[in-house]
Ligand binder design. Structure first.
Ligand SMILES: [Zn+2]
Length: 142
């Protein structure tokens, strides 16, 4: 049997299915890297498995999809018109899980910042987000 799904198609599908290594996250990583910041990914031993962690700054970052994590006031966080109850309970569970992760991380002494998918579209947006959350004076030498 030959594999008929092209590589492009497969990566598109994977991007749709998985919540890890999505392109908004890659954009944040790429900017962090260009700023000379050292980070780690998907720390499994931390509550909520933050997407990007800056150990030196005790900063945990979540890169949230606007739809799934309900970016308030965002166009992308639209409400599906069918199966309303199903979606509402799913969204409520996501939001509750997110809030719980933030609380648990803060209890462990981490600062937590969330960058929304729609804020990762431009390099400038990501840069200002990272600058706002990371003290320049503590920046790692490149
Ligand atoms: Zn948004």
């Amino acid at each position: 049997m030959t594999d008929r799904i092209s590589k492009e198609r497969r990566s598109w599908l994977m991007g749709r299915v998985g919540s890890r290594n999505t392109s908004p996250e890659l954009r944040v990583r790429s900017v962090a890297h260009s700023l000379g910041l050292r980070f780690r990914l998907h720390k499994k031993d931390l509550p909520g498995r933050p997407d990007i962690v800056f150990p030196k700054h005790k900063l945990a970052i979540f890169v949230h999809g606007c739809f799934w994590h309900r970016h308030s006031g965002c166009r992308k966080a639209s409400n599906p018109r069918s199966s309303v109850e199903f979606w509402q309970s799913k969204f409520a569970a996501n939001v509750a899980r997110d809030a719980r992760a933030v609380q648990d991380l803060e209890e462990l002494g981490w600062r937590v910042a969330v960058i929304w998918e729609c804020e990762t579209r431009t390099k400038e947006g990501v840069t200002s987000f990272l600058s706002a959350n990371i003290d320049d004076r503590q920046r790692d030498p490149t």
